[in-house]
Design a protein around this ligand. Sequence first.
Ligand SMILES: *[C@@H]1O[C@H](CO)[C@@H](O)[C@H](O)[C@H]1NC(C)=O
Ligand SMILES: *[C@@H]1O[C@H](CO)[C@@H](O)[C@H](O)[C@H]1NC(C)=O
Length: 290
Amino acid sequence: MGHGGRDHLLLTVATTLMLSIRTPGFWGARIIGGREVTPHSRPYMVSVSFEGQHHCGGFLLRAHWVVSAAHCFSNRDPQTGLVVLGAHALRTSEPTRQVFGISAVIRHPDYQPMTHANDICLLQLNSSAILGPAVGLLGLPQRSSRPLKAGTRCQVAGWGSVSNFEELPPGLMEAEVRVLGLDICNSSWRGQLSPAMLCTHSGDRRWRGFCSADSGGPLVCRNQAHGLVSFSGLWCGDPKTPDVYTQVSSFITWIWDVIQQHPHGLQPSPFPCTTGASKRAAWVQHWVHK
Ligand SMILES: *[C@@H]1O[C@H](CO)[C@@H](O)[C@H](O)[C@H]1NC(C)=O
Ligand SMILES: *[C@@H]1O[C@H](CO)[C@@H](O)[C@H](O)[C@H]1NC(C)=O
């Protein structure tokens, strides 16, 4: 990322840590392997923050509904969370921004923290976003749509780390990735994947994909949200542990049912996400992105 002294320090630390698994091309990693987007070219992108810090991504589905990942709200009090729309460079102040509180978090009832199955969550905003050039909606795939073919080109975006050393991005980053067959991906993950998941890889030798704090953000294929960033391996971008997303097309009915059951203006529901927060094994925590 070209900040002289800091990079050098990171490299020194990294070299010590990673001698055994160093891979050519690794050091050039961003979002991982991506680029900064044209500001506001993805107006549906949401930053979920806690205590002023970006925590997860998500996307705006309706003026007061955001789709994100369930694991983003494990051990978090949603009442202290904020949803930021219309942002590009999070560390600056931007007149395009709209900030909302979260009046309800509806986590999928079958979300399993250990396996990451059904890692999807809906956030109801405390008032409606005003749509415009910097704030817009992203659509879902059709209920009946077939799974994407292996090799389909998609993009993933987020404000997550641009390296394995928690380096922050200059603005919203995006990377082009390709759908990887679930059977191949499942083998890489030693049979740990469940059906409503979707995997991507770079499709070439570069390390490319998502990293810490990209969680909950959309995988966009043909201008629709086909995936939600869920988990990957210990090292972001490592082809040995391909990126795994929640497969959105498996949850279309659930999403619209929830939205119909929570009409805007009714009293906010309690926060199901905060109840029964589960214990996780340390190895799972490694691949949970913030
Ligand atoms: C929504 O929440 C935000 C952040 O907590 C707060 O500033 C704002 O006043 C709230 N808006 C409404 C309509 O309650
Ligand atoms: C992944 O492999 C395991 C073990 O063979 C199998 O039980 C599971 O159903 C597979 N998952 C998918 C999504 O095919």
